[in-house]
Structures are given as C-alpha cells and as structure tokens.
Design a protein around this ligand. Structure first.
Ligand code: F0G
Length: 408
C-alpha cells in the first residue's frame, strides 16, 4: 500500500482558508470543483489543465431532526455525498484518480466495484476519453449503479463470484497488463476523498465536530478521512481532532472483528459476506491497515448493525426528506446503537456522511415499503415488516372511489 506524502512547506492555514472561500465566486472549472478548490492540500498535479472534473463535491450538510430523535441525540447532521454528479462520494476520489491516470498517459483504467466506484470511474473516464473496464460481482450490483456504468460506455465485466473475487482478479491483472487500477488502493483516489472532510470542516467554520460517522466497506474512505484530519490538524486548520466512528453491516464486518480483537496485526477475511446494503458487501477490505491507522489518529471506533436496523434507519432518513442508499443508512443505525450504549453522548456534535443517493437502489426501497425485503440475517423467515413502511394503495380510476378511500 502506498501513501501520497508531501513536504507542505510553510503553509498559512488562515490565508488558505480565505483563498478556499474566495474560489467559490470563481467560474474556473478547477475552482468550481469541491475537490480542486482545496488543491493546496492535495498538491500532486503538475499541470492544472489536465484536471478531469465534473464539478464534484460541494455537497450540503443538512440538519435532520427526525433522525436525531430516532438516534437519541439532541441534534444530528448529514453531509450528503449522494448529491455528487454520479450520486456517490466516489466522485471526490475519481476526479483525482482519473486526473493522475491521464497525467501518466494511461489508455485504460479498471476497478472492481460493488457499483458506485464503477459508475464514477466510467463517468470520469468518459470525460477523459480513455477506456474503462469495470469488474463487478454478477447479480449483486444495484440497478441504478449498473445502469450508469453501461450508459457512460464502460466495458462491464460481470464476475461469477463476489466483490472480493473481482478485487483480487483486477489487482492481479493490473500487475500483468497496462490497465491502470483505480480502486482505493490507488493513493491518488484517497487524496481526492480527503476533500470530503476538508469541505466539511470549512462548512463548520473549521470547528471540528465531536464525531464523524461513516459506513465502512473496502475502507478507502475511512483511510482518506484519517489522513485528511491528521494533515489538517498538523497544518493548523483545525485545533481539535474529531473521533471517527465506522459502521459495518453485521454480515460483512471483518473490520469490526479486527477492532474488537486483542490481536490487531492481521484482518481475518470473511469468506461469504452478506448484506442487502450491497455497496458494503465486502469480506476482505484492501485498505484495513490505513483504516486502522485512521482510528488510531482519531481515537476512532467501529460498530456493526443488523439488516433490520439498516432498513428502518434508511426510512427515517427518508422521512427527514433527505434519503440515501442502504449502506449510507448504516450510519444512523450505528449512531443509535452508540448513543444507546453511552459511547456517543446525546449532546454531542455529530456529522454522519451519507455516501450514496436514494435513487441508486430503488428495488431495496420499494421492497422495504411493500414489505417484500428478505433480510439475509433472518433467512427462512417471512419478509421483513419495516417499522416505517409506507405502502402505496390501488384504487379504481374514479373520483368517488378516491374520496371514499381518503375519507374526504
Ligand atoms: N457507501 C457506499 C454507498 C459505497 O458505495 C461504499 C463503497 C461505501 C459506503 C464504503 O466505502 O469502501 O471506502 O469503505 N463502495 C465501493 C464500490 C466498494 O465499489 O462502489 P469504503
């Protein structure tokens, strides 16, 4: 695993904070990007004209009252990375990853993916005019995501196996061929994903919250958040380190197992990871070492949540008028657990990162509301009845029938 490391020299955090703000009024594409606006903190591009951007980042932070109440907190905020151009936080890292690929003269990029990385890579590769090869686990990628990779013109290769099989194969192929690998083991992707927390700190007027909560799968994002916070702290952008809380689905929680084990020297992969939050259905996360380092830097923790907890939490986030895909909702489910066990104080300042858009996985959402979701951790039982399901009703095409139905 490689890290990008800079001699930042004599950076003035106060001058840069002003410069970052000033760029918001600029029309230059490199300034309109919520990644490249912070370029002094990821200064690896020699020629800014090579930057491949879709005006990514610039995502809002929302107050979420129903979610806060559900979690047992006074307040809770969500930074919604699902409002990126391709609908997930991957765009923050793909603008930097594809820019580096172009700088190196790569003709083709590749990744293994549970769907979002591939959708994002396909979009940026299309912008850059280079070939994209995506390796996805057959029949395990949500349709919103699969449709994006197809539409953006990537060569989609469905592997008869799970994500970890696809990851292993594409890593080996990248070693033997000219394919440039754009999974998060590529350190230039993580440089871009740092901007998620850099922008978050700017939105908080550089006053770090007590907790930043995010879902964990392949653990690239956790790694990037840790590096960003460590660098911002060292450079004087923030005075206080927030704590990271990483939430995993219980059926795909090797990092939780590692975190709670006495011996943290080696992650034990989970051979058959299971969760309907397919984005984080990963048993052998490649970035676990960097993620563990991030937890050490931030006094971070890992929690795991059940399928039912994820499903209900997702509907609560929806009820706040925000919405997200299943993996993102693991955050709220995790916060609720951590608040109940007293790890997170009810008056704490908490920001959770919603990693993907509601529209990524419509089958899951409709299944929840119609009572047709079969949760893998309750296999053999009846379909799951969500606590917040909201069924549609069918009625004859007549005003009288509608009036009777709605008791108008
Ligand atoms: N949330 C969503 C919506 C994701 O797509 C992913 C990862 C994660 C959370 C976990 O982030 O891997 O950095 O720990 N999706 C990858 C993909 C694996 O291929 O799209 P992580």
């Amino acid at each position: 695993m490689l890290d990008v490391s800079y001699g930042f020299g004599s950076i003035s955090s106060s001058e840069l904070k002003q410069e970052f703000r000033k760029r918001k009024t600029s029309q230059a594409p490199i300034d309109r990007s919520g990644v490249w606006r912070f370029r002094e903190l990821l200064p690896f591009v020699a020629d800014p004209k090579q930057v491949v951007t879709l005006a990514e980042g610039n995502t809002p932070i929302y107050d979420a009252h129903r979610s806060a109440e559900y979690a047992g907190l006074d307040e809770l905020r969500f930074k919604h990375q699902g409002l990126n151009p391709s609908g997930s936080f991957k765009d923050n890292g793909m603008t930097t990853g594809v820019t580096q690929a172009v700088a190196l003269g790569a003709a083709a990029v590749a990744c293994a993916s549970t769907g979002n990385t591939s959708a994002s890579m396909a979009a940026y590769a299309a912008r850059a005019g280079i070939h994209a090869f995506v390796f996805i686990p057959a029949d395990q990628v949500a349709y919103g995501k699969l449709s994006q990779s197809l539409e953006y013109g990537a060569k989609v290769i469905e592997i008869e196996g799970n994500f970890d099989d696809a990851m292993r194969l594409v890593r080996e192929l990248a070693g033997e061929t000219d394919l440039y690998l754009l999974n998060s083991i590529n350190p230039f992707r993580l440089e871009g994903q740092k901007s998620i927390v850099i922008e978050m700190m700017e939105q908080c007027d550089w006053q770090a919250p007590d907790w930043i909560v995010l879902p964990g799968g392949n653990l690239g994002n956790t790694s990037a958040f840790g590096k960003a916070l460590q660098e911002m702290h060292n450079l004087g952008f923030i005075d206080q380190m927030p704590r990271l809380a990483v939430i995993q689905a219980a059926g795909a929680a090797p990092f939780y197992e590692l975190f709670t084990a006495a011996d943290k020297s080696k992650l034990q992969p989970i051979e058959h990871p299971q969760t309907l939050a397919t984005a984080i259905r990963i048993g052998n996360p490649v970035s676990w070492k960097k993620a563990l380092r991030a937890l050490q830097w931030t006094d971070g923790i890992v929690e795991r949540v059940s399928e039912a907890e994820i499903a209900d939490a997702k509907a609560v986030i929806g009820a706040d008028g925000i919405g997200c895909e299943p993996a993102s909702a693991a955050t709220l489910a995790g916060i609720r657990r951590l608040a109940a066990s007293g790890v997170i104080n009810s008056s704490s300042n908490v920001i959770a990162v919603l990693t993907g858009n509601l529209l990524k996985d419509p089958s899951y959402t409709v299944g929840y509301h119609t009572g047709e979701l079969i949760l893998p951790d309750t296999a053999g039982e009846r379909p799951f009845r969500g606590s917040f399901s909201n069924r549609s009703v069918r009625v004859a095409a007549s005003k009288d029938a509608i009036k009777r139905l709605l008791a108008l």
